[in-house]
Design a protein around this ligand. Structure first.
Ligand code: 13P
Ligand code: 13P
Ligand code: MG
Ligand code: MG
Ligand code: MG
Ligand code: MG
Length: 368
């Protein structure tokens, strides 16, 4: 049977600053999604959070970009803002809801969306990842490792179904166009783009031999929609695993290296992406460090069995320790680059206001 998985998320307010969503947000979301399940609009759901971002994972048969599914998520975010965030004066009530109203598709309105439709296989392991205090380009490194690097994914060498490689769709967020690139034959071109994480973002990955969809990510950049800093995008990612696709352990292997991402405090700093359990899915030190949770499900006739809390495991303790060390090292740079982001990224923050104030005090000097 054909199933669509939609993971739609938004920051609609949080407790004690940008730390974590309110349990009542999740309660309300579960109630609404249970109702939607009973009416038959969706097949199944799972509600969770990472930091201050509320995550609605849904399975259904309405396809990608379904106005009904997007409206269901939008209405939950609006209601949770009104009935929870505003009542308790939570921080950043309705933060990611950048539009006054819904108009058929939630893309471009603020919330992040990752969606994929496929024919459910005989056994269908599905992994979902959600990050807080970072941008969608944070997945570029992980997706390259998982689907293009044989030092990460043994199956690229060993498994005939994967041996031909994968196709990556890369979106240029500044120009609003996309290009499909093949790995392994075009990996240098691919890397030339996706190394620029703030602009070129991988949205989808397909297996080359049969175009089977393998991964889908959210690509929303809030600052580009709003034209100013309104918090980080805090992206989500869905990956199918096993049987001709990377094994679950190959997908998770990419998370064992806490690579540096943009985000963290005020969305203006570079820091390590730390994999954590749902229990630790809140942002504290310097509003971070940026965190990612991973949940594993078995799909069966569109129903979600699980989750397994994938990073709730001593196998990732060492990664977390390294992340803490990197966090210390980066923090000691204080307001200096490259801990603080460069001027291009800072343009969307309140820093230009500070710089504008100094402008008239500059006097001409010879520099060459
Ligand atoms: P099993 O033979 O235990 O299913 O493992 C296969 C596999 O893909 C391990 O990475
Ligand atoms: P969020 O995008 O998670 O709300 O982060 C905003 C921020 O400025 C944290 O310091
Ligand atoms: Mg927030
Ligand atoms: Mg957030
Ligand atoms: Mg955010
Ligand atoms: Mg087995």
């Amino acid at each position: 049977m054909k199933v669509t998985i939609s993971l739609i998320k938004a920051d609609i307010g949080s407790i004690a600053g940008h730390v974590v969503v309110h349990p009542k947000h999740e309660e309300l979301a579960r109630k609404k999604l249970q109702e939607a399940k009973e009416t038959g609009l969706i097949l199944d759901y799972y509600v969770f959070h990472v930091g201050d971002d509320l995550q609605l994972l849904m399975t259904h048969q309405k396809g990608e970009d379904s106005p009904e599914i997007h409206k269901l998520a939008w209405d939950i975010f609006v209601e949770a803002t009104e009935k929870v965030s505003k009542v308790y004066k939570l921080y950043g009530a309705g933060q990611d809801l950048l539009s006054e109203s819904f108009s058929g598709n939630i893309r471009g309105l603020g919330p992040g969306v990752a969606e994929m439709e496929f024919e459910e296989r005989r056994s269908e392991p599905v992994l979902v990842f959600a990050a807080d205090k970072t941008e969608p380009g944070a997945w570029n490194f992980k997706l390259y490792k998982i689907f293009a690097d044989p030092f990460n994914t043994a199956g690229l060498v060993i498994d005939p179904a994967m041996h031909e490689g994968f196709v990556f769709e890369v979106v240029d967020l500044l120009e609003g166009h996309a290009v499909k690139l093949k790995a392994p034959e075009e990996v240098y071109d691919l890397l030339a783009l996706i190394g620029t994480t703030g602009r070129y973002v991988i949205r989808k990955v397909w297996r080359k031999i049969d175009n089977e969809v393998a991964a889908a990510a959210s690509v929303t950049r809030l600052s580009l929609i709003a034209g100013r800093y309104v918090g980080k995008d805090d992206p989500v990612l869905i990956v199918r695993a096993q049987h001709g696709l990377p094994a679950t352990g190959e997908v998770l292997e990419a998370f064992a290296f806490p690579h540096l991402v943009s985000g963290w405090m005020r969305g203006s700093h570079t820091g390590p992406l730390m994999p954590v359990s749902l229990r630790d899915a809140k942002c504290t030190r310097f509003d971070g460090p940026p965190r990612v949770v991973g949940l594993g499900f078995q799909l069966h006739n569109g129903l979600l069995e699980g989750p397994v809390d994938l990073f709730d495991d001593p196998a990732f303790d060492h990664t977390r320790r390294i992340a803490e060390e990197i966090a210390d090292y980066m923090r000691r740079h204080g307001p200096f680059m490259p801990h603080r982001l460069g001027p291009e990224e800072m343009e969307y923050t309140t820093l230009p206001q500070v710089l504008a104030k100094l402008k008239e005090r500059f006097v001409k000097v010879a520099v060459k």
